[in-house]
Design a protein around this ligand. Structure first.
Ligand code: G6P
Length: 589
């Protein structure tokens, strides 16, 4: 949520700042700005809206070699030019990712010291605070050390000081920040994809560390210089380009067969299972929460362990009843989601065992959890998750399978056969991605409301299908447990209301067939996603998907739902990769 970048080196700064910001646009895109220094003068350019608006007002070839930039997801104050970052007060200009919780009291104190504020943001207050402290000591290192003691909340800051026009300063707490290195060129960024066009080498800035970048790069803790280990991004830098696809979302869906294969390969090496646990909580937000619901079904059904799934924003404040042999699993693509991170910290306060299932390496959740299993999705840029969700579901499915085997709940032959079936699943996912979903999209794109239905495992999948459609097409959609529909919501079904029913769960298919008929009797247009043929009076449109087994079948159902969402959003002319009001990495509560 919000992306920050910075560059100091021998190259022209503006094109680098813009390129890097574009790679972080998934973190927010309601306004953007940069600050650069030329001939000892600072220039700040900010624009409302997406980065392309900012780009149009910049002179790309201008000769300057240091700057910071920001793409915003508004928290304090509406998205406009005044509230956009960078903010400058006195000698200090900065960009910020995070939320300063005590900014109101700081603002009051600073106002008494004759500081005035133009914006409604918490960020401008920090610029003033740093300026106030710096004016007293003219020592940035000392100032930044002191300022961190006064700030409550989360932050990553990229900072410029008028008196040091060749230097970028960076600090962080609970918001991510990396320092990229290419020879004597230095970058700061909220996430690795922002620097991949230039370098794969980076330092991870830790809490409490201060980075000072100019013609060299030095790190300090409590005023003392420290040495840090350079890291190397292992992925492929093409992962941050569209590789010829119109949208990242389509490119990322097309990667799903590969992601499935990589996940299986990775999990074969993984030794962690749930066999020592008697109960499990799964905690996450958004799509990752829906992954938890699929996981609950598989773990309870096959590994015989009761699972409670909760959204992190609720879990973090609820009353805890700590139990023995209890595991808390947190799932997160970004590894930075504020509520999920807070839920994890809460579980640790109660000394519960924790497992993070995380996509982004060395993200906060990955580092905070006792155990971490990385999902093998690679960088995901489209705001609406597809391949990372598939990787999460596959990971939980394989953990359920391994646990079932280790607990002697299935034979070695059964285990190996199911394990092998994931490779078959990858091939089938590829085939499903190449099917034509235009007919379903045509039925839906001009409607205003629709429903997704399912029971058990199907309901968990329907919830994700419904969310995907809402996120990117702005159509109102609700996921309902099929059996619950008649208790009220069926009154909303009218002639032609699209109702997508997920029907891959063998155990309750006959019940779902009856629910389909109830919907059709009221005029609903039923699109059934099923892995067996259905009576012809129970659907209007049938999407037949392969039937493999309960562990792999979820991957078969989710592909048509992702593709339908994509084509509906496309038909409606929506900005598929950057849906309005959303951000991929939600680092605020
Ligand atoms: C945001 C995104 C969702 C995502 C959720 C959790 O709301 O828009 O697509 O599922 O955050 O993100 P995480 O990074 O924790 O998986």
């Amino acid at each position: 949520m919000c992306g920050i970048v910075g560059y100091v080196g021998k190259k022209k700064a503006i094109p680098i700042l813009l390129n890097s910001l574009k790679a972080l646009e998934y973190r927010g895109y309601d306004s953007a700005g940069i600050a650069y220094i030329k001939d000892h003068d600072i220039h700040i350019i900010k624009k409302q809206g997406k980065i392309k608006n900012l780009e149009q007002s910049l002179s790309i070839n201008e000769d300057n070699h240091i700057g910071i930039g920001h793409t915003r997801w508004a928290t304090h104050g509406i998205p406009n030019e005044v509230n956009a970052h960078p903010h400058k007060v006195g000698m200090i200009t900065l960009v910020h990712n995070g939320i300063i919780e005590n900014y109101e009291s700081l603002r009051q104190d600073l106002t008494q010291d004759s500081y005035t504020f133009k914006s409604e943001t918490d960020t401008e207050v920090v610029a003033a605070l740093i300026d106030q402290m710096y004016q007293k000591n003219h020592d940035m290192l000392q100032t930044l050390n002191e300022v961190t003691k006064k700030l409550e909340g989360t932050y990553a800051f990229g900072i410029l000081c008028d008196e040091h026009p060749d230097t970028i300063y960076a600090i962080r707490k609970d918001s991510p920040l990396i320092i990229g290195v290419q020879d004597e060129d230095y970058f700061i960024a909220s996430d690795v994809p922002a620097i991949l066009n230039y370098t794969k080498e980076y330092y991870l800035l830790e809490q409490g560390e201060i980075a000072i970048l100019n013609d060299t790069c030095t790190f300090y803790v409590e005023g003392k210089e420290i040495k840090k280990k350079l890291k190397n991004f292992e992925g492929d830098s093409s992962s941050v380009s569209k590789s010829g696809y119109e949208h990242f979302m389509m490119k990322e869906m097309m990667e799903e067969p590969d992601v499935l294969r990589k996940t299986v390969h990775h999990m074969k090496e993984e030794t962690f299972t749930f066999k020592d646990y008697q109960s499990i909580d799964i905690v996450a937000c958004g799509s990752a929460y829906h992954t938890g619901l699929v996981g609950k079904y598989l773990i309870e059904q096959y590994a015989d362990i009761p699972v409670n799934v909760e959204v992190a924003s609720e879990y973090r404040y609820k009353k805890f009843f700590p139990k023995k042999n209890h595991l808390v699993i947190v799932i997160s693509q970004s590894g930075e989601t504020a509520d999920t991170l807070a839920a994890l910290k809460r579980a640790k306060e109660y000394s519960l065992d924790t497992l993070g299932i995380v996509n982004v390496k060395e993200s906060s959740i990955a580092r905070e959890a006792d155990q971490v299993i990385y999902t093998m999705a690679g960088p995901e840029i489209a705001v609406a998750t597809t391949k990372a969700y598939l990787a999460q579901v596959t990971t939980l499915s394989l953990l359920a399978l391994k646990t079932a085997y280790e607990k002697d709940l299935m034979t070695k032959e059964e285990y190996e056969e199911i394990l092998h079936s994931f490779d078959v699943g990858a091939v089938k996912v590829g085939k499903l991605l190449n099917k034509d979903y235009s007919e379903q999209a045509k039925q839906i794109y001009e409607k205003t409301d629709l429903f997704y239905l399912g029971r058990g495992l199907d309901y968990a999948l329907a919830m994700e299908g419904s969310l995907k459609l809402k996120e990117i097409s702005y159509l109102h959609s609700e996921a309902y447990a099929s059996g619950e529909l008649k208790h009220g919501t069926i009154s909303l079904v009218e002639d032609g209301t699209p109702v997508i029913t997920v029907m891959i769960d063998d155990h309750i298919r006959s019940k779902s067939i009856s629910n389909n008929k109830e919907v059709r009797a009221r005029g609903g247009y039923v699109i059934a996603i099923s892995n067996t043929d259905l009576p012809s009076d129970s659907y209007d449109d049938l999407i037949l998907v392969p039937h493999i087994n309960d562990f792999v079948n979820p991957m078969m159902a989710l592909i048509p739902m992702q593709m339908i969402s994509y084509y509906v959003a496309k038909a409606r002319g929506c900005d598929i990769d950057k849906p309005k009001n959303l951000a991929k990495s939600v680092t605020v509560e």
